[in-house]
Design a protein around this ligand. Sequence first.
Ligand code: 5GP
Length: 195
Amino acid sequence: MVSGPSAVGKDTVLDALLSAAPSGHPLQKCVTATTRPPRPKEGGGMEQDGVDYHFVSPARFNAMVAQDALLEYAEYADNYYGTPRDWVAERRAQGVDVILKIEVQGGMIVKQKAADAVLVFLQPPSLEELERRLRRRRTDSDDQIAKRLLHARRELDYRSHYDYAVTNDAVPEAVEDIRAILRAEHCRIRRGGDG
Ligand code: 5GP
């Protein structure tokens, strides 16, 4: 699972990770559900339903919560986001390494529910650089940018709950770091606390 503040470059790093040469273990990113509307993608075009997110109404989201269809969910900058439980369980059963790109509250829930989850925190080189990236993105209103910056500061406080921290200074290095983490995790004999 990868968390990190808005505009730290999670999508760029994860897209590069997913398109990198296969490492022997299948890797897939989970498409999560959100109540926010699609927004323009940085590379051009709009986000697509079922590809970038499952874009759902608040009523549909509530129904998913009521049916216990979400492994975790959280509110973030006035919208709801949640991870489809069955999809993750099916892929895990097939031996796929599932990437969850979620914010920190959801990250903490996954950590409790899935003992074997590996938590990676993607961090910016600095808060100043993060603000520059958020503004450069130009997809959010000033109000949204302010909210996302506030969240970012709070999210950085959760770093100590994660297993690994990767700094996104240059994308290829960040990708290499995550590949190294995945590789090490597949060689792991025991996790901390197991004895
Ligand atoms: P954005 O609106 O920028 O796409 O996403 C806002 C935040 O919600 C990001 O930190 C993103 O990783 C997170 N997020 C996306 N899907 C989920 C989800 O299913 N659960 C949780 N907890 N966070 C999510």
